[in-house]
Design a protein around this ligand. Sequence first.
Ligand code: SAM
Length: 246
Amino acid sequence: EPGLYLVATPIGNLEDITLRALRILRTCDRIACEDTRQTQKLLNHYAIQKPTVSYHLHNESTRTEELIAELKTGGRIAVVSDAGTPGIADPGGYLAQAAIAAGIQVFPIPGANAAINALIASGLSTETFTFHGFLPAKEGARKTALEALPRNATHILYEAPHRILGALDDIADVFGASQPVVVARELTKLHEEFLRGTAKEVQTTLAARAQVRGEIVLLFTLQPTQAEAPKLSIAAEVAALVKQES
Ligand code: SAM
């Protein structure tokens, strides 16, 4: 079928790609890539020969026009990012919006994503969760962003390895050194690692290393604040009383 196919690719382990994704990459007209060299490695691994075109932040608007024009003539274009699900903290979302606005069909092709896979193995509550992408790089703005996070939810962030120690410091400052956190590093790769503990403990563990490397997802669940907690328990008491009455 003609349309725009948002194809998820592996986040490390090259086996993490679906049969459907491979079929679409093999049969589409061309592949729009965040970085053509990066995607070429995947295509070579699966012996897929297909024209690629770069699609990233800096050429997004001109490229979008070209690709939409091609889609309008009945083309089948696959969009991939460097890793994982296109549009999640990387390019792809803009093209999907433009395609929808132009009346073109958009198909999600499911697969790897760092946030969701870090979450499911984190041991934290998966009931209510929010993904924030990358926090601001500067400490002041990062703390302000942390302070604004809603309680009663698990928060999922992407973090650069050279900023993880600073981010853990800020979490300890804003929510207390005993705030539980999970650092998921190098998911699906040889050195995959989950560090679970308080912000202080995980910070100390990582600070003891010569260098923190690799790709990182940072997660933590915020409990209701003390001001909100009594409200919640009053609501629960009222609910219990109402139940007794009926
Ligand atoms: N689109 C991707 C996805 O679906 O997860 C995310 C792209 S974003 C530009 C890259 C960031 O995702 C990294 O800096 C890291 O925070 C996270 N990430 C990607 N692969 C990862 C992995 N294998 N392990 C841990 N985090 C990863």
